[in-house]
Design a protein around this ligand. Structure first.
Ligand code: SF4
Length: 418
């Protein structure tokens, strides 16, 4: 088994300031992440009738003959259960998982062996109340849906097919009525940037359980979308933090959100406001105009979970390849030949990714490396090195800032780094 990640002297702890009675600012899994993942995502199929601009899977309308079949999928679920209790959350994604005729049967099997199963379908004509009722009755507890625009025109343009927005909204409302927890995922790219406040208002109005800002990883078709700058990303993270006072928010491939949460809590304790950029000001003004920052506040913020690629998180492809994330296409092995427990605990790739002392560039020098560590997927997509610095992070680690020449000090450093 891999050793527990080492935390360097002076590195912030996930709980924040360390006061025993203080609410936790960042959650950690109840078990050692070197022993078992918190989350297992399985790409049940790559088949999907949509043609989304960002698609990681470069989805195809037809199912592949190389997909895990029903018996192999059940074997995968047995391997997940073998991690022990508490079992990892098991998410069935795609492509569109409803393209598999055995989806309900697989959800029922996973539930029967004690897994908590969630499903992540696409906004297609298969997203019906009838199908959602079937997966709910089979034991699924949650559903995640993608909303990348606040209007039908914006969302459907991004998704590449007319009518997807309305199908998604109908499915969202049906799932909510059926008692499924609904998470809404929004791809944060240049396309959605100025629409984020309107999307947030929609998410709050339609009472999603959770809103996740997915910071684009330039891989698959996403490689063709305009990337954000690190400073724009910083403003988005602060906006998500602000929204978190009124609705549950999180990020995907935005690990530095945990750093922002810790920094904002420290600033709040000192009675100081963050210094943010123009994008944050525009999003705040729009959100205020929409009434997003009015009304009932959450009594407790939802703390982000301290997991990342290969460290509490594992992805299994439609053919059984095991990668640290769906956006980090480095396979450690295949569940057809080797148990997932073994691959996750022992493969050199996963062991390396669990050791923050091996990070390079500014992530390696950063005092937040143990609680953040940056997106390994984005580092790999942009540089070819999964241990390199996350190129979408604007933070200047204190160690590096201290050794900058005097005339360069604080130039271009993010406001919260100062
Ligand atoms: S420099 Fe790296 S580890 Fe530090 S906050 Fe940014 S992404 Fe996280």
């Amino acid at each position: 088994m891999s050793p527990a990640p080492r935390r360097g002297a002076g590195e912030p702890r996930p709980g924040g300031a360390g006061k025993a009675a203080a609410p936790r600012l960042v959650r950690t899994p109840r078990h050692a992440v070197a022993d078992r993942p918190f989350l297992v995502i399985w790409e049940a199929t790559r088949a999907c009738p949509l043609a989304c601009a960002h698609c990681r899977a470069e989805a195809d309308p037809l199912r592949s003959p190389h997909e895990l079949d029903g018996a192999q999928a059940r074997s995968l679920m047995d391997q997940i259960a073998a991690f022990g209790r508490p079992h990892p959350l098991f998410v069935i994604t795609g492509g569109d998982p409803f393209q598999r005729p055995d989806l309900v049967e697989l959800v029922a099997y996973g539930t029967s062996i004690g897994l908590r199963v969630a499903v992540s379908p696409s906004g297609t004509p298969t997203l019906t109340r009838e199908n959602l009722t079937a997966v709910r009755d089979a034991g699924a507890v949650a559903l995640s849906l993608s909303v990348d625009g606040s209007t039908a025109a914006r969302h459907d343009t991004f998704r590449g097919v007319d009518g997807v927005f309305d199908l998604t909204l109908d499915g969202w409302r049906a799932a909510r009525d059926l008692g499924l927890k609904v998470q809404i995922n929004t791809t944060v790219s240049r396309y959605s940037l100025e629409d984020l406040a309107d999307i947030a208002a929609l998410v709050r109005r339609e009472r999603a359980m959770l809103w996740s800002g997915f910071l684009l990883v330039p891989t698959g078709r996403g490689a063709e979308l305009d990337s954000l700058t690190a400073e724009e990303t910083e403003d988005v993270l602060h906006f998500l933090y602000d929204c978190g006072a009124f609705m549950a928010t999180k990020t995907t491939e935005g690990h530095h959100f945990r750093r922002v949460v810790l920094q904002r809590a420290a600033l709040a304790e000192r009675g100081e406001a963050p210094r943010t950029g123009d994008l944050h000001a525009r999003l705040t003004a729009r959100a205020t105009a929409l009434g997003l920052f009015a009304g009932e506040r959450r009594t407790v913020r939802r703390p982000p979970m301290d997991v990342s690629s290969g460290r509490g998180f594992v992805f299994v492809s439609h053919t059984g390849e095991v990668t640290p994330s769906g956006f980090l296409p480095l396979s450690a092995d295949n569940t057809k030949h080797r148990p997932l427990t073994d691959i996750y605990r022992e493969s050199p790739l996963f062991r390396v990714l669990r050791d923050p002392t091996l990070l390079r560039g500014k992530c390696g020098a950063c005092e937040y490396r143990s609680v953040c560590g940056g997106s390994r997927s984005r580092a790999y997509a942009v540089t070819g090195d999964p241990l390199a610095a996350d190129p979408w992070c604007a933070y200047q680690p204190a160690y590096q800032a201290a050794f900058q020449p005097k005339d360069k000090k604080n130039k271009g450093a993010p406001p919260c780094a100062q």
